[in-house]
Design a protein around this ligand. Structure first.
Ligand SMILES: Nc1ncnc2c1ncn2[C@@H]1O[C@H](COP(=O)(O)OP(=O)(O)OP(=O)(O)O)[C@@H](O)[C@H]1O
Ligand SMILES: [Mg+2]
Length: 269
């Protein structure tokens, strides 16, 4: 079911539900992202952020609920039609997911080789443009094992924007980076979104990143949206779950335990 492109949000998620082995990981998640805005998805480890992204990019199907990308409903879309939608968004995976047997340039060229019939010299020019946009001109021939973690994230970013996508998805683009490199990658994401007019969805744990890049924030807890709003609104929130998360405190309603089982019962069987 398509919505009129002009009035439709660029991304819409409606009442998404997904369980694994009888355990609900997403429990009625809904939100919208307007065109050109950056949404940050926040939440504790294991709360379902990557799972949510995997549904939005169509690699997982929900048990219930619907997703619209660029005005088109994707959960019931045929494979061939989805392949066309797929060309219009880029994804930076958690941990970069570069192919170690390929050079930096070959990694960036991959989506262009897979999804276009451009000639090798045009692809080479496009790869040079994208690597220069992430500040890595001259590094095209190095292998992933020869570059730092921060550089790997930037290569993954160059690969994600190789096809000039309308939407950019990033799963923890700054995890494992020092505060300076985190800021560099955040500023790069902001700049690229502005220059290329992209809508972005970024998963992060890092509150400094959130305040730098978010137009809107969605926070997940136990599969539900517990907060939706701006950076100013999250800082003013009185919700104990939100307060614990943004202050990074060990004590509070967010538990490190992944299961709801009583600890002693688990030990004693
Ligand atoms: N394919 C799967 N099969 C079974 N369980 C899964 C599958 N994918 C995810 N899960 C479970 O769903 C839960 C959420 O996982 P997810 O990777 O989405 O968390 P996350 O919020 O991205 O965590 P992190 O911040 O550590 O990356 C976890 O308990 C995980 O074990
Ligand atoms: Mg994750």
């Amino acid at each position: 079911m398509a919505e009129p492109a002009s009035s439709a949000p660029h991304i819409k998620v409606e009442k998404l539900v997904r369980s694994f082995d009888g355990r609900k990981v997403l429990d009625g998640v809904s939100f919208e992202v307007p065109r050109g805005k950056t949404l940050v998805i926040l939440g504790g480890s294991g709360c379902g952020k990557s799972t949510l992204l995997r549904h939005i990019i169509g690699s997982l199907k929900p048990d219930e609920g619907r997703i619209w990308l660029m005005g088109e409903e994707i959960t019931s879309m045929r494979e061939e039609k989805f392949a066309e939608v797929r060309k219009k968004f880029g994804m930076l995976f958690q941990g970069s997911a570069l192919l170690n047997s390929m050079s930096v340039g070959e990694n960036v060229a991959l989506p262009l080789e897979e999804h276009t019939s451009l000639s090798p010299d045009i692809i080479e020019i496009m790869v040079k443009m994208k690597t220069s946009m992430v500040g890595l001109t001259g590094f095209e021939n190095l292998m992933p094992s020869q570059i730092s973690g921060g550089m790997k994230k930037r290569v993954a970013l160059a690969r994600a924007i190789a096809m000039d996508p309308e939407i950019l998805f990033c799963d923890e683009p700054t995890a494992g980076l020092d505060p300076v490199m985190t800021a560099v990658v955040d500023v790069l994401i902001n700049d690229l979104c502005k220059k290329l007019g992209m809508t972005a969805v970024v998963v992060t744990h890092d509150m400094a990143s959130v305040y730098r890049i978010a137009d809107q924030i969605v926070m997940l807890h136990k599969g539900k949206v517990v907060f939706q709003g701006s950076s100013a609104e999250i800082q003013a929130s009185e919700d104990p779950i939100v307060k614990q998360f943004i202050k990074g405190e060990a004590d509070g309603p967010i538990s490190f335990k992944q299961s709801g089982d009583d600890y002693l019962k688990t030990l004693l069987g």
